[in-house]
Each structure stands twice: as structure tokens, then as C-alpha cells.
Design a protein around this ligand. Structure first.
Ligand SMILES: *Cc1c(COP(=O)(O)O)cnc(C)c1O
Length: 418
């Protein structure tokens, strides 16, 4: 930060170009360079000793003492500055960046779960998360227990009856991908507090990829950790895979320590790309959500469209509507819709799209469409897919920054093929 800017009163978008970076340390370069180096030179052996003492937790940092740069698996300016900026969006003490969203998620799960523990999680979950939880975690003695979006506190408790004292972590995804179901974050945080004892804190984490960090902040509702696939909105240009976690200093210290030893931190180039992306996060996503509103309204009125799952369309007076008003600042840019004709109808529509690309992923500048039942969510057992509303005729659409009229033109001509 060049001058004395009152950071507390600034919005994150005003700080994304400069926060945490000191040009005088980099030959006056306006932008943070890519620190493409594996290691850093100590000025003296004493300095190297002092840096290691802090890095390995042998002593606490002295007031005002900066953790020195040691080695790029432990720290690198492109990661540290990026992490400071990500923490601003979530109003978190700290953030940690990973080489993928799934690396961020698996590191959180591995840090807070031990053999014998129960993991309570919402359904549906992102396919990769679902796979790690149900394929890998049981092999190390962790028992996953899922709950449904419509479950209230009592129903959630019923699912863990007799196992309450083994619950170590509650992991949720809201709005859920691809159905836009909402989970009550305050209810989840309250349950975790009730299940916690003096010796054992039940940690809560929310995959905030669908809405964050612009449109929803789970930390504000008492969740401990916001987890992201930074590949999506944060990266925003479909050209980088990355992940991040944000939360309180004590939990982040644990996550960063495990990251150091799993070695799954992001590299300097990824850090630099994400800093570039954060500068336009606000303008990109403002545009995307406004465009999505128009696209959703078009789909809602179309005779070939049976159902539109969009956060902006909530049944008046419903629990989901109340949750939407409480937790989300807008309806976002993810729309799922069902067309006539089952899988064949959905495929005809997807194959006919011209401007919108047929690809998985979301949150990028270009609009993308895909078929969850056979692509991103093919791993979810068939009966469960049905129960969750991931039907054969469901198409997921991520709205980008194109003109709304042009996207509507494309959808209109593709729906003719249904
Ligand atoms: C994409 C995605 C992930 C996984 O992130 P990667 O960056 O692909 O590893 C996790 N959660 C959600 C909700 C996602 O959309």
C-alpha cells in the first residue's frame, strides 16, 4: 500500500490493486512481480535461525516481527500478498492458497478429522469432494454422515444419533451445486457449538465457491472456515486451477502447517494470476449477476423449460426464501433448468448452443453449460440424484460477462432443438 490509506473504511475492491504490496521492495514496480524463486537469501545466519524458529512454531512471533521469507513451500510474496487480499474479502484473520480447490478441501478435512471421527456433511456436494469423503476418508476410519438440504436442526441431530460425541467436523456447501439448495449456516454453527466440549471443538467449514467471496460470507454466520475453488469466480478467466481457505488465526495456523508438509501450496505464477483476477472481481461479478437475472427470467417464461432453479426465484414465505434473504446479497450467476424430453432433450439443447460453450466449471468470464447427471454429478448414486433434484433433463448454466441479449439469443435458438 503506497500511502496511508484507512483500510478499515475501504471496500475490498478499492484495495485489490495495491494492498499488502510495497513497490520500494521491488525496484518501484507498480505491480507485484512474479517471485519465481524456490528459496530466499538470509542476510545473516542469525536471521535464518530467527525465521525458522517462527516458521516451525518453536517460539511465537515477537510484536511487529514479520515472518521472513525462507523457501517457497513455506512462503512466497505472490502467495502472502494474495492471501492478505483474500482475507479482506472474507474479513478473516488469514487465508491460505492451494494449487486447487480440492487440495484446499482435502487439507481441511485431513487436518480436522482423525480415525474414529464422524464427518457430518450437507448433500449434494461437489463431485470431487463427495468422492474424497466417501472413498478416501472411510479408509482412514472416518465415518461420513450426510444430511439433506431440507433437514432442520432436529433432523440433523437424528442422523448422528448415538454418535454425537464423535462428530469432529461439519462441512457444508450452500448454495448447493447444481441445485441451488440453501443450508442454514447459523443452524449449522449452533449445532457445532452444542456438540463441542471444553476439550473438543467441532469445526465448521463451508464451500463458498458458488457465491463467494462477493455475495455470501459464511464466517459472518458463525462458520469457522470459508473454503473456495479459486478456479471459479476468484480466478474468473478459466485459465488457472487454485483453491483457498479463510478463517481465524488459530485455525489457519493449523491449515498452513499441514499445507507446508503436504506441499500443496500454490506456486508464484498461480498467485500472480489470482492477484490479477482479484482486481476485476467486483466488476466482473456485478455484471454476471445482472445478466443472469435477465437470462433466468427468459428461461422462466419459455414453453420448453419445465423448471428453473435460480436463487432469485424463491417461493414467497418459504424457508428457502428467508435463508436467501439472510445469507445471500444477490442471486448470483448460476442457473439450473430442466427442459422437456429428459436426457435426450437436454443433450439436444447443449449440442445446439453456439455462443455458450459446453464445458464443466463455472464463474468464468465466458458462459458455460453442462449436464450434471452425466458429467459433474455422475458419481452421485442414481436414487440420491433423483432425491436431490439432479434430474436427467437438468442443465447447469454459468452466466459470464457476455451481453444478456446475445446469451438469450443463443438459448432461444438452442431450445428450438429440444
Ligand atoms: C470446482 C469446485 C471444487 C473443486 O475445485 P478445483 O479447483 O477444481 O479443485 C470444489 N467445490 C466446488 C463447489 C466447485 O465448484
Amino acid at each position: 500500500m503506497a500511502k496511508d490509506v484507512p483500510i478499515e473504511r475501504m471496500r475490498p475492491e478499492s484495495l485489490m490493486m495495491s494492498y499488502g504490496y510495497r513497490p520500494e521492495l521491488s525496484e518501484g514496480a507498480l505491480k507485484c512481480p512474479i517471485f519465481q524463486t524456490s528459496t530466499f537469501v538470509f542476510r545473516s545466519a542469525e536471521e535464518g535461525k530467527a525465521f525458522f524458529e517462527v516458521a516451525y512454531g518453536l517460539r511465537d512471533q515477537a510484536p511487529g516481527e514479520q515472518l521472513g521469507l525462507i523457501y517457497s513451500r513455506l512462503n512466497n510474496p505472490d502467495l502472502e500478498i494474495l492471501e492478505n487480499r483474500l482475507a479482506l474479502w472474507d474479513r478473516a484473520d488469514d487465508a491460505a492458497v492451494f494449487e486447487s480447490g480440492i487440495a484446499a478441501i482435502s487439507t481441511v478435512l485431513l487436518e480436522f478429522l482423525r480415525p474414529g471421527d464422524v464427518l457430518l456433511h450437507s448433500k449434494p456436494l461437489y463431485g470431487g469432494t463427495h468422492h474424497f469423503i466417501h472413498t478416501f476418508l472411510p479408509q482412514i476410519g472416518v465415518e461420513p454422515v450426510g444430511f439433506m438440504p431440507q433437514d432442520d436442526a432436529e433432523a440433523m441431530r437424528a442422523r448422528i444419533a448415538g454418535k454425537e460425541d464423535r462428530v469432529a467436523l461439519i462441512f457444508v456447501e450452500t448454495p448447493a451445486n447444481p441445485t441451488n439448495h440453501l443450508i442454514d449456516l447459523e443452524m449449522v454453527a449452533r449445532l457445532a457449538r452444542e456438540l463441542s466440549t471444553r476439550e473438543r471443538k467441532v469445526v465448521t467449514a463451508c464451500d463458498n465457491t458458488y457465491m463467494g467471496p462477493m455475495w455470501q460470507n459464511p464466517l459472518q454466520f458463525g462458520i469457522d472456515l470459508n473454503v473456495y475453488s479459486a478456479t471459479k469466480f476468484i480466478g474468473g478467466h478459466s485459465d488457472v486451477i487454485a483453491g483457498s481457505v479463510a478463517g481465524s488465526a488459530d485455525l489457519m495456523r493449523r491449515i498452513k502447517t499441514l499445507r507446508t508438509f503436504l506441499g500443496n501450496m500454490a506456486g508464484p505464477w498461480t498467485g500472480w494470476l489470482l492477484m490479477r483476477s482479484l482486481e476485476t472481481l467486483k466488476v466482473r461479478t456485478d455484471q454476471m449477476q445482472a445478466t443472469a437475472q435477465r437470462v433466468a427470467e427468459f428461461l422462466q417464461g419459455h414453453p420448453k423449460v419445465k423448471l428453473v432453479r435460480y436463487l432469485g426465484f424463491q417461493e414467497p414465505g418459504s424457508r428457502a426464501e428467508a435463508l436467501f434473504r439472510k445469507q445471500c446479497t444477490c442471486a448470483g450467476s448460476m442457473i439450473s433448468f430442466e427442459v422437456e424430453g429428459g436426457e435426450a432433450g437436454a443433450f439436444r439443447c447443449l449440442n445446439a448452443l453456439k455462443l455458450i460453450s459446453l464445458a464443466v466449471s463455472l464463474g468464468g468470464t465466458e458462459s458455460l453449460a453442462e449436464h450434471p447427471a452425466t458429467m459433474t454429478h455422475v458419481d452421485v448414486p442414481c436414487a440420491e440424484r433423483e432425491e436431490l433434484g439432479i434430474s436427467e433433463s437438468l442443465i447447469r448454466l454459468s452466466v459470464g460477462v457476455e451481453a444478456a441479449d446475445d446469451l438469450i439469443w443463443d438459448l432461444e435458438q438452442a431450445l428450438l432443438a429440444v
